[in-house]
Ligand binder design. Structure first.
Ligand SMILES: Cc1ncc(C[n+]2csc(CCOP(=O)(O)OP(=O)(O)O)c2C)c(N)n1
Ligand SMILES: [Mg+2]
Length: 325
């Protein structure tokens, strides 16, 4: 399968993966300094998130992320300032005006549907969006992202079933990192692959190397085309790994060895992609240095901007909670 990605687009992909990693690193520092309440990372998942986003018509297709999806929202166009405004719950945060807890993404202009804390409900929300596209006769698609732990929950099965029965233009992207917080996948599912579950609903289930953004882009492209054609949903399982604890409140030493983490780091999507781009002559030391400097400046600017930004006015506390004539 050939991809149609130009060198500029490939560089942009790399930039967004690296930017998300740098934002994530900064968020952990802010948390450890007591300046940010909690962090949920995309660290390790950048390949699946950015690769799949680039196969979408960004800004037109609708995306329903989950808390792990920082690199995804960056790929969809969320700026570093917007990310930091959200982390620090500032009034100007486009995600929720500082109302939702960190990593509860949502951006009207970018067509990112607001995130709920109850995992897997986003799969039904995406099915609902896809029903709307179909009812209106419009050719945009909906996408939901979720972890493998979430596939043991009822909503996964309800969403998959009706998406398939109704042939909805929806793509389900599973980010399989092998753990639901401390629970390894083998303790909560009796099959090895999430993709195997697709057969039970009569839709294609595709396994892809989530650490390779190009491979993810290719399978996602095919799933998007299938959905736009009216041929129905696809389940994509991207095998990946998270390199950091579940959140800044978790200690992963309690359930996985350092050796295991180190072993997976050999397949860090950012490092692998850098190598690929160097081999193709798209990236060299000079370009990489310039990119790193640009990212550093953007992360610094975003941090400073968000820290100085005003908090929401307490008198607006109940906005969006109760009806306001
Ligand atoms: C219905 C529900 N049950 C439990 C939780 C608590 N919880 C938050 S994240 C999580 C683990 C989800 O794991 P997975 O789906 O594999 O995603 P990952 O974090 O590994 O990307 C759990 C149990 C929740 N938010 N909602
Ligand atoms: Mg998981």
């Amino acid at each position: 399968m050939a991809n149609d990605l130009s060198p500029d687009v490939l560089l942009d992909m790399y930039y967004r993966m690296a930017l998300a990693r740098a934002l994530d690193d900064r968020m952990w520092i802010l948390n450890r300094q007591g300046r940010a309440p909690v962090v949920y990372s995309s660290n390790g998942h950048e390949g699946v998130q950015v690769g799949s986003a680039f196969a979408l018509d960004r800004g037109r297709d609708w995306v329903v992320p989950y808390y792990r999806d920082l690199a995804l929202v960056v790929a969809l166009g969320m700026t570093p300032r917007e990310v930091m405004l959200h982390l620090l719950a500032r009034a100007e945060d486009p995600n929720s005006g500082g109302r939702q807890m960190p990593a509860h993404w949502g951006h009207k202009r970018l067509h990112i549907l607001t995130t709920g804390s109850v995992v897997t409900t986003q799969m039904l929300h995406a099915a609902g969006l896809a029903m709307a596209a179909k009812a209106r006769g419009e050719d945009w698609v909906a996408v939901a992202y979720f972890g493998e732990g979430s596939t043991s929950q009822g909503e996964f099965h309800e969403a998959m079933n009706f998406a398939s029965v109704l042939k909805l233009p929806v793509i389900y992207v599973n980010e399989n990192n092998g753990y639901a917080i401390s629970v390894p996948a083998r303790k909560q599912m009796a099959v090895l692959d999430v993709a195997a579950r697709a057969a039970g609903y009569g839709m294609p289930g595709v396994i892809v190397d989530g650490n390779d953004p190009i491979k993810v882009y290719e399978v996602m492209r095919e799933a998007v085309e299938r959905a736009r054609r009216g041929d129905g949903p696809t389940l994509i399982e991207a095998k990946t790994y998270r390199f950091v604890p579940h959140s800044s409140d978790d200690d992963d030493r309690a359930y996985r060895t350092r050796e295991e983490v180190q072993e997976h780091k050999k397949r860090d999507p950012l490092v692998l992609f850098e190598r690929t781009l160097r081999e193709q002559g798209i990236l060299d030391d000079q370009k990489l240095d310039a990119l790193k400097q640009r990212i550093r400046a953007e992360v610094d600017d975003a941090t400073e901007y968000a820290e100085k930004a005003p908090e929401p006015d307490p008198s607006t506390l109940t906005r969006h909670v109760y009806f306001e004539g």
